[in-house]
Design a protein around this ligand. Structure first.
Ligand code: GDP
Length: 472
């Protein structure tokens, strides 16, 4: 058949594999299957091309430095529950007078842009690290800076530590906002003291982390915080090329009764314009209308700009990558390829995840130099004991990194962190909860449970022996 169609047999084999049929080159296929392939061949050809395009797009292209322009920072807010993340985001939006000029209510599109001293900052409106790590799990980095909110009357709490570790694992900047300083029980120094145990040391204590005392209630310090975000962005030299086809992330999406599928996208590179053909995950279409976060109609959106768009044929998932395409046809085949590729890709990703069993093979193939571990235990003492023993296993060739440690059942946050950071999870006298278990299975995260500390250490050590590069 391949000969008749003048194509390489592997294309047909691959196509059938996508449908779940395992065939070899020498195998006979029945007439119906052959006919189906022949009929679909035109489309298939395009898909093969699109796969290449996807692969090219997903690889971080080398951009011409000269074409790069400064872009606003994208900021998210993380921290323990009730420490004031939502209030802080509200306070930030309210200090921005432009909201009111536009006629009152700020549109909720999942992200907002604030102008400070003539410079823009983009905020992702979903507080917490879950949304952030969910995106990272799909391979998408959404954020440049995390504001770590810590209530001055409560100090560092378990989710504060989670947030720190999620942000660190993603390699993003952390700016600390010590909130609720209006409260009589506020103790700013205590927060500084507690955070310094997590390597977040304030500048006035000789460290390099920016701490800003704020009150989301009175608005005190908010302006300072904004200026510190701009300073951090300045130092990071955030840039993107605005003169190329747009590419970015879906922040949120839903089906509107009147408007059809509505998606908020964050443009990360290039410029998105009305009339552009785009594909977002399995959805595709032409941008019919665009609205900014103030509810104003806009014609184009450049890097770091969130916009709500109309015109997709379906509702994409949050965290999906969107790409601007040459034309409608390309956008459509892109989306269709995404659907067919997805299953295979997921399988591949799962196989790629780190597991103690195949550590050695992974090293040989990919030269893994860091072993990332999440430790959960029933009591703090055990967490520390396991952490210390594991860290000691580090040697010249392999560095053991405990990217997160905490007390309590293994939760979804632990699993998503491990998945996004290619880490394994070690549980001591604890179990994963139901959602965590499900997520771990789906994401292929290796979760190891132990009742004896020694056994845990021994297992990792054994796996690491295989990790050592041969010495010549
Ligand atoms: P989140 O769970 O982190 O999003 O926290 P919220 O923003 O919902 O705030 C939790 C509670 O703390 C609410 O009752 C807020 O009114 C209160 N709160 C937030 N920020 C401040 C603040 O700066 N000062 C005071 N006194 N209360 C605050």
């Amino acid at each position: 058949l391949a000969d008749k169609m003048k194509i390489v047999p592997s294309v047909i084999v691959k196509k059938l594999f996508m449908q779940g049929k395992i065939v070899t080159v020498n195998q006979e296929i029945d007439y119906d299957t052959a006919e189906e392939i022949a009929l679909e061949f035109d489309v298939l050809c395009e898909k093969e091309e699109v796969v290449d395009v996807i692969e090219e797009l997903l690889k971080e292209e080398e951009e011409d430095e000269k074409k790069m322009k400064k872009r606003p920072p994208v900021v998210c807010v993380m921290g323990h529950v009730d420490h004031g993340k939502t209030s802080l985001l509200d306070a930030i939006r309210h200090t921005n007078v432009i909201d009111r000029e536009a006629g009152g209510i700020t549109q909720h599109i999942g992200a907002s842009v604030v102008t400070v001293n003539g410079e823009k900052i983009t905020f992702l409106d979903t507080p917490g690290h879950e949304a952030f790590t969910a995106m990272r799990m799909r391979g998408a980095n959404s954020t440049d800076i995390a504001i770590l909110v810590v209530a001055a009357d409560d100090g560092v709490m378990p989710q504060t530590v989670e947030a720190i570790n999620h942000a660190k694992a993603a390699g993003i900047e952390i700016v600390v906002a010590i909130n609720k300083i209006d409260k009589p029980s506020a103790n700013i120094d205590r927060v500084k003291q507690e955070l310094s145990e997590y390597e977040l040391i304030p500048e006035d204590w000789g460290g390099s982390t920016i701490f800003v005392p704020v009150s989301a209630k009175t608005g005190e310090g908010i302006q300072d915080l904004m200026e510190m975000l701009l300073l951090t962005a300045e130092v990071s030299e955030l840039k993107a090329n605005p003169n190329r086809r747009a590419r970015g992330l879906v922040i949120e999406a839903q089906l509107d009764k009147g408007k059809g599928p509505v998606a908020t996208v964050l443009v990360q590179k290039g410029t998105l314009r009305i009339g552009d053909a785009i594909a977002a995950g399995s959805a595709y279409g032409k941008v019919r209308a665009m609205m900014d976060d103030k509810g104003r109609r806009v014609k184009e959106a450049g890097p770091s700009t969130p916009v709500e768009i109309l015109g997709l044929n379906d509702v994409p998932n949050a965290g999906e990558v969107f790409v601007g395409c040459k034309n409608d046809k390309d956008a459509r085949s892109f989306a269709e390829t995404f659907i067919s590729q997805n299953k295979a890709k997921l399988l591949e990703d799962t196989k790629g995840k780190l597991s103690l069993d195949d550590l050695f093979t992974q090293i040989k193939e990919g030269n893994l130099k860091e072993l990332n571990i999440v430790v959960k235990a029933d009591v703090q003492g055990s967490v520390e004991a396991i952490k210390q023993s594991l860290l000691k296993l580090s040697n010249e060739e392999v560095v053991v990194k405990i990217i997160h440690g905490g007390v309590g059942a293994i939760n979804e946050s632990d699993v998503s962190l491990a998945s996004a950071s290619n880490a394994i999870i070690i549980g001591f006298n604890v179990r994963p909860d139901a959602t965590a278990k499900e997520t771990a299975e789906r994401e292929g995260v290796d979760v190891r449970l132990y009742r004896v500390i020694y056994n845990a250490i021994e297992d990792v050590q054994a796996a690491m022996k295989g990790m050592l590069d041969p010495v010549f």
